[in-house]
Design a protein. Structure first.
Length: 227
């Protein structure tokens, strides 16, 4: 599904250069739940953003469905992000002036397809799936952090993405809310065969995933099969 070959990312600040990724070879398969772990500064978020085509590598390849991302047009990359990829961010990234229902329905409405007319119906079903059918018309400010993250997960699934990318989805949550969110992701992986790549800095999160990619100083230190 997504494969990277000798992926390098360097950031420049004037004449100074910082090489964050130093040659990453990685491949994920359909139905995997993979965690990317490592200390702060290991390159985890940079790696995830490159795989999501939200940023460009300095060198190396990103292969998506056997196609080199470097050869994809801007429109093809936009369609990949909109139709095949779902995103869950640590800060939830919900629009404050929209209700939970409206936030979840928005990505499907943006597509402007025949399905868009059923956006509210699909959003309602997803919010029911994440246990928030009683919060449909609440605004983000009226929801707890755990509830906001569950809304964000529902939103990420509205376009039926093949892959879900989660950037430390529990970073701002308490222990109980984190457990709820991780169990939800685990259940989505099991019941829908949803492919998930999640960044985490918590070693105890290992119990939810199938494989861990450990990054250290911009390279893969080792890969650990968990289940």
């Amino acid at each position: 599904m997504i494969e990277t070959k000798n992926l390098v990312k360097t950031f420049k600040d004037g004449e100074a250069e910082t090489k964050v990724l130093k040659g990453i070879d990685f491949k994920t398969e359909n139905g995997e739940f993979v965690a990317i772990m490592g200390r702060s500064g290991a390159g985890k978020s940079t790696f995830l953003y490159l795989m999501s085509l939200l940023d460009e590598p300095t060198s190396g390849e990103i292969i998506i469905d056997s196609k080199d991302a470097h050869k994809m047009t801007a429109e093809e990359k936009t369609l990949f992000r909109l139709e095949k990829c779902g995103y869950v961010f640590q800060d939830y990234a919900l629009l404050p002036d929209l209700t939970a229902l409206e936030n979840v329905a928005l990505p499907l409405r943006v597509r402007g397809t025949a399905e868009s007319s059923h956006a509210n119906e699909k959003a309602t079903m997803l919010l029911e799936r994440v246990g928030l059918d009683h919060r449909l018309h609440h605004y983000p400010s009226e929801l707890s952090g755990g509830e906001q993250q569950r809304v964000a997960i529902a939103r990420s699934l509205i376009n039926k993405p093949r892959i879900l990318l989660a950037d430390e989805p529990c970073a701002n949550l308490d222990t109980a809310s984190s457990e709820t969110v991780l169990k939800l992701l685990h259940d989505l992986n099991k019941t829908l065969n949803q492919t998930i790549i999640m960044i985490s800095h918590e070693p105890e999160d290992r119990k939810w995933v199938k494989r861990i990619v450990w990054l250290k100083d911009g390279v893969i230190d080792h890969i650990e099969d968990v289940h």
